[in-house]
Design a protein around this ligand. Structure first.
Ligand code: GLA
Length: 755
């Protein structure tokens, strides 16, 4: 990890564990992107400013040569309206109405550590093991200062980037557009990888070839949303799990976002990510500053598997703060699919008692416990227990603790029901255009968290709730997106700020709650997995992945999510069969495998289980305890290239020291028995020089055999069939390596028949 200014070339060099990033101050004072990729020397050839491209009809700064056209150069940050006709990163509107924006280098400094960002989620480096470069730029049209910040970390390839605008002038400006990171490439022969879906089917992996023109991935919902995820990757064509170059970009933000990937007519590529400009502008008065959300970038040339593992490690080590990230989380039972709204105190106690008897450790009371809430139509905002269902939360929690279970509670703080005491008292506390039509969703409105008094009120209500009973876990839900984003607390000229101010209000509230209750295990949720992003992970170490609890449907959801986010952050539960969302019958093994491949818990009524099913649940919990550490800390391996889209899917974890590994293999749909299906499963991430014992059979097999020849499974053809493979290393082979066995070219038909 290093950051240097190379004075001879007026260049900056960032060095991570396996990559180098270079920038240079151009003749026009612009900041040019020079290189990002595997390590290169400090070579003058990289920085030679004499051989520039020239192209007919490209504008260039007066007094300089056409070769200095901003339209031709890869730039670190591009403005607007000065001859760079690609998608820009920064636009300031000045008092005279001019929007032309052009940034030139002013000064820089290199500091130790990784600064936090006021009011926003941000990566951190424990013990200061990071270096940060801050480059001050100046807008030629207003003098406004823009500070670009780049941090590199020890033992990681991720680079944290952010942008701060400081109005050092005497005029007010309006920020019309501000991307957090821009990445330019001379040539753009990439495939674009991103995650898309909808309620009940979030974050499916999408790979597309880039064509000339712009591709936009965004959310206008005021939340990151279930339709798109604020992250993408650019991969060399054909990149597989084990081979290929990948550039990744992730935004640490949970509101509306905008990512634009543009291949220009000459096949140069510009990619950028940041706040969605369509519902954003920000007034910056003299002396004020504005901090854009942080973005993370990553270069990896070891395929998608290693790319994902680098992201997982970084998010665990440098973003997730919760003390729970280093502990085995308790096995929870969530009451939602067990009881929905239909319960009283004795139902809850009975369920908790039965769950405890099966080995569960945390009882989570989901929706329906407060106000007069017997369906989704009322009471959001009235965070007081419904005395018709529960006498008081304190005694309920006490009695649940007497059953040797922790207690958790569902809340949806950002929302308000029209039928609520809160709405009757404060009808102006919602996002709405006064006197104009407004939109409902799930019968609810959105509280105006851009208002300080709303954030204060929510902090007081949630704090008194958490003080009123022993509550170790909170599920923080958010069941609709924003509409009619208007706040009557702000003047007309500030209405473009409300969407972002809402998100800042959410972050402030989360920060205050966590500061007051530091041990709280927070699981964020949004109509299932509708706000699963790196911003939220800063506050909650786990996020409910999807309301679709069907284990088969969850394979592409969870594997898609794993492109960027760690498995330990994915809320996943074993639900009843037939499944409540899909009516599909799903065997216990498969339901258990998907829940184990996440935070693990249950979402069913234990009193509906037969004695045999109860034995199965107990055995699953024993398994969870056995594998929890491996799953939380191990290196995640996807064993196929489709992120769960194929009929057969396989994935697993290998311990850092490669002494232990667990894999799951799943078939979604059945094949007729006479078809005689053959499946070869080649494992990944094991040590080819170790011998492993397969726990289920006791057989000893070389790591090289498992990875190169693999297992041949005959008749693995039942619907929803799931097999697990747990290996322990028994011996390290120091000599006598067999070159043929180590060859990765062994044809698939060479799999050894095991089952
Ligand atoms: C959302 C959540 C569910 C459940 C319900 C309760 O849909 O995603 O898990 O909590 O709300 O209303």
């Amino acid at each position: 990890m290093n950051v240097e200014f190379l004075a001879d070339w007026k260049a900056f060099r960032l060095e991570t564990e396996h990559s180098v990033y270079l920038m240079q101050i151009g003749k026009a004072g612009d900041l040019r992107h020079v290189y990002y990729g595997p390590p290169v020397a400090r070579d003058h050839a990289l920085f030679d400013l004499s051989s520039r491209i020239e192209r007919a009809f490209s504008p260039y700064p007066e007094g300089l040569s056409p070769a200095e056209s901003p339209d031709l150069a890869p730039l670190e940050i591009s403005g607007f309206g000065c001859g760079d006709y690609r998608n820009g990163a920064v636009t300031f509107e000045k008092e005279n109405g001019n929007c032309a924006t052009s940034l030139v280098y002013d000064s820089h400094r290199i500091v130790s550590g990784k600064p936090s960002l006021p009011g926003l989620p941000a990566s951190f480096a424990e013990n200061g093991a990071a270096r940060t470069l801050e480059i001050r730029m100046r807008d030629l049209f207003s003098g406004v200062r823009v500070v670009l910040s780049y941090s590199v970390f020890g033992n990681s390839d991720l680079i944290a980037r952010s942008i701060r605008v400081e109005n050092t002038t005497k005029q007010r400006i309006v920020i019309r557009k501000l991307m957090s990171a821009q990445l330019d490439f001379h040539t753009g022969n990439f495939e674009l990888l991103s995650l898309h879906g909808h309620w009940g089917n979030e974050r499916n992996f999408v790979r597309r070839k880039l064509e000339r023109g712009a591709t936009v991935i965004r959310s206008l919902r005021g939340m990151s949303g279930s339709h798109s995820t604020p992250a993408f990757a650019l991969a060399s064509p054909g990149t597989s799990e084990e081979n290929g170059e990948v550039y990744g970009v992730m935004l640490l933000y949970s509101g509306s976002f905008h990512a634009e990937i543009e291949l220009d007519p000459y096949f140069s590529l510009r990619a950028a990510i940041g706040l969605e400009p369509e519902n954003f502008f920000w007034n910056l008065d003299p002396g004020e500053s504005f901090q854009a959300p942080e973005a993370l970038i990553l270069y990896s040339n070891r395929g998608l598997g290693e790319f994902s593992r680098s992201c997982h490690r970084f998010l665990r080590d440098h973003l997730i703060r919760s003390p729970w990230k280093n502990r085995r989380i308790p096995v929870l039972l969530n009451s939602w699919e067990a009881l929905y709204f239909d319960f009283n105190e004795s139902d809850l106690l009975r369920t908790a008692r039965e769950a405890a008897a099966l080995g569960m450790e945390l009882f989570v009371l989901d929706d329906g416990w407060f106000g007069k809430r017997n369906d989704a139509r009322s009471s959001l905002g009235d965070w007081r227990v419904n005395p018709e269902k529960i006498r008081d939360l304190g005694s309920l929690s006490r009695r649940i603790h007497e059953e040797k279970m922790m207690f958790g509670l569902w809340i949806e703080p950002e929302m308000i029901s029209v039928d609520s005491d809160l709405y009757r008292q404060h009808p102006d506390w919602v996002l709405q255009v006064p006197g104009a039509p407004r939109s409902l969703c799930r019968d609810q409105l959105v509280l105006d968290l851009a208002r300080a008094e709303v954030v204060d009120f929510l902090f007081e209500s949630i704090s008194s709730l958490l003080h009123s009973a022993r509550i170790e876990y909170v599920k923080w839900d958010c069941n609709r997106n924003l509409t009619e984003v208007f706040s009557s607390a702000y003047p007309a000229r500030r209405q473009g700020e409300i969407c972002h101010r809402y998100m800042l209000g959410v972050y402030e509230l989360l920060e205050r709650i966590l500061a007051a209750f530091p041990g709280l295990l927070l699981e964020s949720c949004s109509g299932g997995g509708g706000r699963f992003d790196a911003g939220m992970l800063y506050y909650s170490p786990q996020i409910w992945c999807s309301d679709n609890t069907d284990a088969v449907s969850r394979i592409p959801i969870q594997l898609g999510t794993s492109l960027f986010y760690p498995v330990s952050s994915m809320g996943a539960h074993v639900a009843a069969s037939p499944n409540h969302q899909t009516r599909r019958e799903i065997p216990w093994e498969l339901r258990g495998a998907l829940a184990l491949s996440g935070s693990f818990g249950y979402e069913l009524d234990p009193s509906h289980l037969s004695p045999e099913e109860k034995r199965t649940v107990r055995a699953q919990i024993v398994c969870f305890r056995k594998y929890a550490e491996l799953i939380r800390c191990g290196n995640f391996q996807r064993l196929d290239e489709t992120f769960g889209a194929n009929d057969i899917a396989a994935w697993g974890w290998v311990a850092e020291n490669q002494d232990e590994a667990l894999f799951f293999l799943v078939r979604k749909t059945a094949l007729p028995w006479w078809y005689g299906p053959r499946t070869v499963l080649r494992f990944r991430g094991l040590n080819p020089d170790k011998e492993y014992c397969l726990e289920s059979s006791g057989e000893i097999i070389h790591g090289s055999t498992l990875m190169n020849a693999g297992f041949l499974l005959l008749n693995f053809g039942w619907e929803c069939e799931c097999k697990s493979f747990y290996f322990r290393a028994v011996r390290e082979i120091s000599s006598g390596k067999n070159a043929a066995l180590l060859s990765p070219e062994v044809p698939t038909s060479a799999g050894i028949r095991r089952m």
